[in-house]
Design a protein around this ligand. Structure first.
Ligand code: ADP
Length: 647
């Protein structure tokens, strides 16, 4: 029995058909076929590999490796380990690949007379959720495989829920191994009825059920003689016929995220990108978002000359009739039907990193061509992917799915994921390691984002500072407990005071007794502690003060977050450097002794990490400097910043 993988199929058919006779004609014909991406869900036991092998063999027209080569030349991507690296181009998880994190998704290629197909083959177990998400995020269709002997299983429900969540519009329930149940119609119909009941319950409609045998090829490419009672399409006939998302997207309003700005000729600036939805013609009125400015499309430029029209799925360069401000990350849209922009969202999130989500930490959020900073708030709930129950959760761990709210530092142009995968799907990226940590799907913008406007303030930051005759700064001391942060910061403050500067010292202990008394010392609480201190410190600099803070602030990411909140040059990070041994020997507050005795948990340096700064403005080696000498260095640095700012 043929259970060929794609490569075997390729080898055995290498010399066959049109390919051998007229490769150019074949390639030409092939290029104009529509492309359907689908994902096969099920485990090896369900006969997934056999069924995929069957599709590759029975479709006959083309083989894995030739398709790969073809796609490679048409899309200009590299190959990796013999298989084309489609994750690189098909989805927002491209970054994942660049960072070398393994996502186990095998992409196979085949085609029929009508269509080209890319099938994502992902492992089925719960611990591979993130792989399934990767494969499903760009799929038009999902084949949910069940073993006719076993019927609908927990994993069947999990797979269905995931592909539904990821916006896969077409679902095929392939009841496989029909040969092993004697092609029993009643058993098949019972399975289908059970599945439909479940699917309707979670809002999936339009399930196509097909009884198949991957092994025998029944109802895969050819109708099964053993099942005359089945009068629906074969699997391949169905795959050939369903509407691909690109076609649906063409019927929606025009949107094109701007990828880059070029000058196709000296007269015009061109805005290049992939048309995400709709059609566009010269003369169409368009709006640039988020600014809202309008203009008219002048030309649609491509390498092969100007086009009279461009549709969803095409990469083009547009020139506009007016000189309007528009740059990478902006979205060009139909002037009369623009998408919204907002800075607070509710979204579903699939956590993909080993390190759990830290509510309050900021991550890069990439949505289409936009990159912003986003804070994820504690999950509203986590979803049990097997039962769909909502569970209370404080965080999301690897492979967990939850619903969260997010706020971004700038408005993001978006559409709900259900309407647009391009403008509704995003990834979160760790700002230090650059790893993709989550995939997200926007459900809606929070109304409060549109209704709360920053109070317009008449007395500016500059006037506050000017009145005090100085320029504001935030001097951020970081280091182990007992390193000398408070001691040195106190000396600095005295000295600044003597010099007539207005300053204020925020100290770990004083803040923890008030503003942050609800916080403990878990990683999540430490993140929130620093976030609040950062916000308070920023407000104080807005009031024109030189703010000194003395917090262990063990994580780079949070120090970086505060740095990014501040105008350039106003954040001065001071690493008060003492070895753990020195800090422990000083043990001013007796805390190290307690921690060593096991009476204090999560103590930095003992059972909680300290991440030393990599690019601090100043490092003070407390083994070499007295507190007074160290303080003098800081004062010098602060005064230098004042001079530079002209304060
Ligand atoms: P932190 O605020 O970093 O927890 P503290 O300033 O409260 O640390 O405590 C540091 C202790 O170490 C103080 O008792 C200080 O006198 C002592 N110390 C010894 N040498 C130095 C030095 N070179 N710089 C700063 N502090 C020092």
């Amino acid at each position: 029995m043929a259970t060929a993988t794609g490569t075997d199929a390729g080898a055995s058919y290498r010399a066959a058909g049109l390919v051998a006779e007229d490769i150019d004609a074949f390639l030409e014909q092939h290029r104009h076929k529509s492309l359907l991406r689908f994902i096969a869900c099920g485990s090896v036991d369900d006969g997934k590999s056999t069924l995929i092998g069957r599709l590759l063999v029975d479709s006959r027209t083309v083989f894995d490796d030739q398709m790969a080569a073809l796609e490679a030349d048409s899309r200009q991507v590299g190959t990796q380990g013999g298989a084309i690296d489609f994750a690189l181009l098909v989805d927002g998880l491209a970054a994942e690949r660049e960072q070398g994190i393994t996502i186990d998704v095998a992409y196979r290629f085949f085609s029929t007379e009508t269509r080209k197909f890319i099938v994502a083959d992902t492992p089925g177990h719960e611990q591979y959720t993130r792989n399934m998400v990767t494969g499903a995020s760009t799929a038009d269709l999902a084949v949910i495989l069940v073993d006719a002997r076993k019927g609908v299983l927990t994993q069947t429900r999990r797979h269905s829920h995931l592909v539904h969540l990821l916006g896969v519009r077409h679902l095929v329930l392939a009841v496989n191994k029909m040969d092993l149940i004697g092609f029993d119609r009643a058993r098949y119909e019972a399975i289908v009825a059970e599945y439909r009941g479940f699917a309707e319950g979670i809002g999936i409609d339009g399930v196509t059920a097909i009884p198949v045998s991957g092994l025998g090829g029944d109802n895969v490419a050819t109708r099964s003689e053993a099942m005359p009672w089945y009068d629906g399409p074969t699997l391949i006939a169905h795959l050939d016929a369903v509407e691909v998302d690109a076609v649906r997207d063409q019927g929606r309003p025009f949107r094109m995220p701007v990828q880059w700005v070029s000058r196709p000729d000296p007269q015009f600036r061109g805005f290049a990108g992939l048309v995400a939805s709709g059609t566009v013609r010269p003369g169409d009125p368009v709006r640039v978002l988020p600014s809202g400015r309008t203009s008219t499309v002048a030309r649609i430029v491509t390498l092969d000359g100007d086009l009279p029209v461009a549709v969803a799925g095409q990469s083009v360069t547009l020139t506009l009739a007016d000189e309007v401000d528009c740059s990478r990350g902006d979205v060009l849209a139909a002037a009369g039907a623009p998408p919204e922009a907002a800075d607070q969202f509710e979204a579903s999130l699939v956590w993909m990193a080993d390190e759990a989500m830290l509510p309050g930490r900021s991550y890069w959020l990439k949505l289409a061509t936009q990159t912003v900073t986003a804070q994820v708030h504690a999950p509203k709930y986590q979803v049990n992917v097997n039962t769909l129950e909502h569970l209370a959760a404080k965080t999301l761990e690897l492979n967990a799915i939850g619903v969260v709210t997010l706020s971004t530092d700038r408005p993001v142009v978006f559409e709900p994921y259900g309407d647009s995968r391009t403008l509704g799907g995003f990834v979160l990226i760790d700002r230090i390691s650059n790893a993709t940590v989550a995939a997200g799907m926007i459900r809606f913008a929070l109304r409060r984002a549109q209704n709360v406007h920053w109070q317009a303030i008449d007395i500016s930051r500059e006037s506050h500072a000017l009145q005090k005759g100085q320029s504001p700064a935030l001097v951020w001391f970081t280091g182990l407990s007992g390193a000398g942060k408070s001691t040195i910061a106190n000396l600095v403050q005295r000295r600044l005071h003597a010099l007539g500067r207005h300053s204020f010292l925020l100290d770990g202990d004083n803040v923890r007794h008030g503003l942050n008394r609800d916080l403990g010392f878990t990683d999540a609480d430490r993140v929130e502690n620093i976030r609040r201190v950062g916000e308070v410190a920023k407000l104080m600099t807005d009031a024109g003060l030189i703010v000194l803070t003395a917090f262990i602030s063990p994580f780079r990411a949070e120090r970086r977050m505060v740095r990014d909140m501040m105008p350039a040059g106003e954040f001065i990070e001071v690493h008060v450097d003492a070895t753990l041994a020195d800090a422990e020997r000083r043990d001013v507050k007796g805390l190290y002794a307690k921690a060593r005795a096991g009476l204090l948990n999560n103590f930095t340096g003992i059972d909680s990490p300290y991440e030393p700064p990599e690019h601090a403005e100043l490092r003070l080696d407390t083994a070499a400097l007295t507190p007074e000498q160290a303080a003098e260095r800081v004062v010098e640095r602060v005064l230098r910043a004042q001079d530079r700012a002209g304060g």
